[in-house]
Design a protein around this ligand. Structure first.
Ligand SMILES: [Fe+2]
Length: 299
């Protein structure tokens, strides 16, 4: 299993993958011949009407919420849902669009930073909270151009990320399990993803031990990412020993290798890096919360 959001060059438009739409009465070609009209009318009225009322009533975001409840019902720290459940949730996310959660690229959250070319700090990123319970959380990160979510981890979690619109660079790593620590805060990781993605593209999935559990998002244009976390992070105040977000800096393998005794062949070095833990509130983290105003997530 891996991080399978397709790179930009591999993205295949999903517009033609739409499910067949119910035929509309208006789509019946008009005919001038009255007999033909009468015949069509008879055919339409004599058939039993087949309406999928469930599909009509449930919005995409509500369908996402209901599916998350099923997928994570027996979840917990380090528990990966079954392949069938993962596919079920992935299918829902793959079809989701910005308008399904009340977003459009013209909204203020996505305006570029106007502080001038000298300002290299990340512009504010907005987090819209949709839902959190013990089993899972749903939220959306709204990034203006050049917005960065610094390198961070997802301890014991399975995470689904769906790029709703825009172009984003993702760099992600997994730990090298048997490598010695360089020091208590610096550990060897292998590169999983270093690619640019443009919506529409499939949802990506990361797992507790693989798939790119530590990742950094860099917005190349304004973009929005819908995130589903199972289980969610813990509140550091009420549960100081629980799953907390740790931030990292990544350094090239050669920076520390001589002091550590880890030996890699030259061709392997590019695919590895040292990740060093940072403070809880890194200075380049600039996320603000805002009220979600899209369609209702639950009753
Ligand atoms: Fe993340």
């Amino acid at each position: 299993m891996g991080f399978d959001m397709k790179p930009e060059k591999e993205v295949i438009s999903r517009k033609n993958h739409c499910k067949a739409k119910n035929p509309s009465p208006n789509s019946v070609n008009s005919v001038s011949n009255k007999k033909q009209k009468k015949k069509k009318k008879t055919m339409l009225t004599s058939r039993p009407r087949m309406v999928d009322s469930t599909a009509d009533e449930i919005t995409p975001v509500r369908r996402l919420f209901d599916t998350c409840k099923q997928v994570f019902s027996n979840g917990g720290p380090g528990i990966v849902p079954s392949l069938e459940k993962i596919q079920q949730l992935r299918d829902i996310l793959d079809d989701m669009k910005p308008e399904d959660v009340g977003l459009a690229p013209t909204m203020p959250y996505f305006r570029p930073n106007n502080n001038g070319a000298e300002d290299l700090s990340s512009p504010p990123i907005t987090y819209l909270h949709l839902h959190q319970c013990e089993q899972f959380s749903i939220g959306i990160f709204c990034l203006p151009p050049s917005g960065v979510i610094p390198l961070h981890n997802h301890p014991e979690m399975t995470v689904f990320s769906k790029l709703l619109f825009g172009t984003m660079h993702i760099k992600s790593y997994d730990w090298v399990v048997d490598a010695p620590m360089r020091d208590p805060k610096t550990r060897l990781a292998k590169l999983k993803v270093d690619s640019t993605f443009t919506a529409p593209c499939n949802a990506s999935i990361l797992y507790p031990e693989d798939g790119g559990n530590m990742h950094r998002f860099t917005a190349q244009t304004a973009c929005a990412v819908l995130d589903v976390l199972g289980p969610p992070y813990c509140d550091p105040y009420s549960d100081p020993e629980g799953r907390h977000c740790t931030y990292f800096l990544d350094f090239p393998f050669d920076k520390f290798s001589s002091a550590n005794g880890v030996v890699l062949r030259d061709e392997e070095k590019e695919g590895h890096a040292w990740l060093q833990e940072r403070d809880d509130n890194p200075e380049d983290l600039n996320v603000v919360g805002a009220l979600y105003t899209g369609p209702n997530v639950e009753d």
